[in-house]
Design a protein around this ligand. Structure first.
Ligand code: NAG
Length: 182
């Protein structure tokens, strides 16, 4: 099968995601990333659309497990219910501590989870990109906050950082964090 016909087969599968021609951008990540300080709860402020997180009140909680892996507990309010998903994050290469991998099932490979910047106490910018057939790439980006709402200047700063790293944020959307419990 030619690469183009293969591409036509896979495109519908990824149409809920954001895909672009060409290889993944290679953004800089947070220097000297400190995982310990990053643990805990983060609220999703804005993101590039992802089929697995369409709901409201989206948040993620990161905690160290005894085996050194990181437990990722995602939760969202979708279709009248709180839905949670537990995953695992790892640091595949200790020389690059800001480049995590996250997986939500034994059967799926780790997806990149790169912390481009964070101050640990208010905002984090996370990027994930996967090359497909060296023809195009699928990417996700998240602006996370330690609170459900961030000042617009902080959100703009995060977006400008993504843009300056060559990431297309045209489809970026705010996550609804109004009327959430707690
Ligand atoms: C956000 O969610 C609240 C509570 O479900 C709802 O009342 C509100 O209309 C939503 N806002 C938007 C912009 O969708």
């Amino acid at each position: 099968m030619s690469p183009v016909s293969l591409l036509l087969l896979v495109l519908p599968l990824v149409s809920a995601q954001t895909y672009h021609w060409g290889p993944c951008p290679t953004p800089k990540v947070q220097p000297g990333f400190n995982l310990q300080q990053y643990l805990g709860r983060w609220y999703e402020i804005e993101k590039l659309p992802a089929s697995f997180a369409r709901g409201q009140c989206i948040e993620a909680n990161y905690a160290l497990r005894g085996d050194g892996t990181i437990r990722v507990l995602n939760s969202q309010f979708y279709k009248e219910k709180v839905r949670t998903a537990e995953g695992t994050a790892v640091v595949p290469d200790l020389r690059e501590p800001a480049k995590l991998g996250v997986s939500f099932s034994y059967f799926t490979p780790y997806s990149p989870y790169w912390i481009l910047t964070t101050d640990y106490s208010s905002v984090a910018v996370v990027y994930s990109c996967t090359d497909i057939l060296h023809i195009f790439h699928v990417d996700y980006a998240w602006i996370l906050g330690r609170s459900r709402f961030l000042p617009p200047q902080t959100v703009n700063y995060a977006k400008q950082l993504l843009v300056s790293e060559g990431i297309n944020i045209f489809r970026m959307k705010a996550t609804n964090q109004t009327g959430c419990k707690d």
